[in-house]
Design a protein around this ligand. Structure first.
Ligand SMILES: Nc1ncnc2c1ncn2[C@@H]1O[C@H](COP(=O)(O)OP(=O)(O)O)[C@@H](O)[C@H]1O
Ligand SMILES: Cc1ncsc1CCOP(=O)(O)O
Ligand SMILES: [Mg+2]
Length: 282
């Protein structure tokens, strides 16, 4: 029986999400999309292991010298400005431009976007290259939406994701991207529809690079169906959150949660996904 009576919009009604999410995860496992990640030094290991556990194939290639040969063969690209420096930015732009020109999806993680003028300008230049999805925490999405540089707590958020709903909608409208704001509730919007993914546990914030890693997971989900980027994004956030929920049952703290989250993501089965996905209209 359906858990709600939203007969008019079966595609978006709550009962459809668990099946949709399972179908995305199954496709990632079946097709093992190749995901190029140009990411910060902190996140490289957890991001690559997250992608492998989900069934995708990560490649952390970041030099401009290789992009013309390699990027045309990827299924999606993840760009993360976490440890940005001026010598890395041209490669990020070249990879994003190559992906965009070839119609391949790419996802931007604007880590600490509002922390400096250099970082903000880099993010604004990357936005011009048409990311398919932008995923940040509340403070990052609010700063990027207003293009405002002001004292921040760096990579951590001082806002709830729900504080950033209007900023996320405005950013989605302005860029044409699907925008995701992570937090206790993960918000996902294309500028009109807003959905919330209610999975995850607070301790995930105590593991560095969980945000970076879920952005890469979004790239893997979008890679298998780029025409449904909003659904792919919400599904990836929900799956990562469920891995955190199941992982916490076995964990003693952040270090063991990191390990059990990866194991839980690897072992997620249909029954667990169908019974745990909590995605609703927001
Ligand atoms: N309070 C919370 N409750 C449940 N899940 C959370 C909470 N805070 C963050 N998460 C989850 O942790 C992951 C990283 O999100 P977040 O900490 O917001 O990103 P970032 O590391 O970029 O700041 C996401 O999957 C998010 O859903
Ligand atoms: C600590 C840190 N410093 C620069 S990038 C980075 C990792 C940030 O990872 P996340 O955004 O997933 O918390
Ligand atoms: Mg982050």
């Amino acid at each position: 029986m359906k858990p709600n009576s939203d007969e008019k919009e079966p595609e978006q009604s709550n009962w459809a999400w668990p099946r949709k999410t399972w179908s995305f995860l199954s496709e990632v496992r079946r097709r093992s999309p190749l995901i190029q990640c140009i990411t910060n030094f902190v996140s490289m290991d957890l991001m690559a292991n997250t992608l492998l556990s989900a069934g995708a194939s990560p490649a952390m290639l970041h030099t401009s010298d290789e992009i013309p040969d390699f990027t045309p063969h990827i299924n999606a690209l993840c760009i993360n400005v976490g440890t940005l420096s001026s010598d890395w930015l041209p490669a990020m732009k070249l990879a994003a431009e190559t992906a965009s020109n070839l119609g391949k999806p790419w996802v931007l993680d604007p880590v600490a976007a509002g922390a400096s003028v250099f970082r903000m300008n880099a993010c604004l230049e990357l936005l011009k290259l048409k990311p398919t999805v932008i995923r940040g925490n509340g403070s990052e999405i609010m700063a990027l939406s207003k293009a405002s540089v002001e004292p921040t707590k760096g990579v951590d958020s001082t806002h709830e994701s729900t504080d950033a709903v209007e900023s996320a909608k405005a950013l989605a409208e302005a860029t044409g991207a699907v925008v995701a704001v992570s937090g206790a509730v993960d918000i996902v919007t294309d500028g009109k529809l807003v959905v919330g993914a209610h999975n995850g546990v607070a301790m995930m914030q105590k593991i560095t690079a969980t945000g970076c890693s879920v952005t890469a997971l979004i790239a893997a989900f979008v890679a298998v169906d780029q025409n449904h980027a909003l659904e792919a994004t919400a599904s990836a956030l929900s799956v990562f959150g469920i891995a955190g929920e199941l992982g916490l049952r076995l964990a003693n703290g952040p270090a063991s949660l990191r390990m059990h989250l990866i194991d839980s993501l690897y072992g997620l089965d249909e029954a667990a996904v169908l019974s745990h996905v909590k995605i609703t209209r927001f």
